[in-house]
Design a protein around this ligand. Structure first.
Ligand SMILES: Nc1ncnc2c1ncn2[C@@H]1O[C@H](COP(=O)(O)OP(=O)(O)OP(=O)(O)O)[C@@H](O)[C@H]1O
Ligand SMILES: [Mg+2]
Length: 264
């Protein structure tokens, strides 16, 4: 479904120093895979997701989605294949527009029709139904501007928008990290419900090792631009958070001490 081959991405920082963010990454994702990705700060997790989404070009390698080589396609040409949710609940929705206007744009986005021109009664009924699944009472607030929603409500709406047109691939980059623990758990559950219920293929970056093992069917650990661990069942099913910490320690060596706070 997604095939990433020998992917390499090098950034130049302000001092003109080269930083290898992705170092010959190979990844083969099957339809319906729900993959969690862990790794310390700077490991290359977001770069991998950005490269797949086409935010920037890569220096080497190939990305194929559903058999199509998208490596040299600009971001907007592959946007209809991909749904994304970021850490910041403010990204992904338009604050001054209403809930239904935001949803209407998300529905029309794959067809590249530009701005939505009003919402039909039928669409509104569908939006109500979908919003009711979130269990946040948003189905009764269709005309309210999104800017009035809480961070958690907004992230739930973003998730709905990212998946409303059934993307081939859903990319979640620490999408619960900015929320309080209870809300993060709710959004986590919602994510599970949507990904499994709609049989989506998803990559989810998280710093929560418990969530990394509980969600999905496969876990990748990244370090210094490489995938250093690829856990699948039955091995994955037996893994505990402590086992994962041990793996981290053996991969990171002394650098692990810097990571501890992050992985708490
Ligand atoms: N646009 C950019 N310009 C320059 N360097 C970048 C850019 N994006 C990422 N990098 C560098 O590439 C490396 C990988 O960064 P990346 O954001 O992928 O890490 P990450 O695993 O997502 O980390 P975190 O857990 O902190 O989000 C880092 O060294 C980072 O500084
Ligand atoms: Mg990141």
């Amino acid at each position: 479904m997604l095939q990433v081959s020998q992917l390499r991405k090098v950034f130049c920082n302000g001092n003109g120093m080269a930083k290898v963010a992705l170092d010959n990454v190979d990844l083969h994702v099957e339809v319906g895979d729900f993959i969690t990705i862990i790794g310390s700060n700077g490991a290359g997790k977001s770069t991998l997701l950005n490269a797949i989404a086409g935010v920037y070009g890569v220096d080497q390698g190939q990305i194929r989605i559903d058999g199509v080589d998208v490596t040299n396609q600009p971001e907007h040409r592959r946007a209809h294949l991909i749904g994304r949710v970021f850490q910041d609940p403010m990204i992904g929705t338009a604050a001054s527009m209403s809930i239904e206007e935001n949803l209407a744009i998300a529905v029309k986005r794959p067809e590249r029709l530009g701005m939505a021109k009003g919402v039909t009664g039928r669409e509104r009924a569908r939006f109500r139904e979908l919003l009711a699944l979130l269990d946040l009472g948003l189905e009764d607030r269709l005309h309210e501007p999104v800017g009035l929603l809480s961070g958690g409500q907004r992230q739930a709406l973003t998730l709905l928008m990212a998946t409303i047109s059934t993307p081939k691939l859903l990319l979640l980059d620490e999408h619960t990290a900015a929320l309080d623990p209870k809300t993060a758990e709710q959004i986590g559950e919602l994510t599970r419900k949507i990904v499994l219920g709609r049989r989506l293929t998803a990559l989810m970056v998280t710093h929560n090792l418990q969530a990394a093992l509980e969600f999905g069917n496969r876990t990748l650990m990244m370090d210094q631009g490489q995938i250093v661990l690829d856990l699948r069942n039955p091995r994955r099913a037996k893994m505990t958070v402590d086992d994962l910490l041990q793996q981290f320690m053996s991969v990171r060596g002394e650098r692990f001490l810097d990571d501890r706070a992050l992985l708490a």
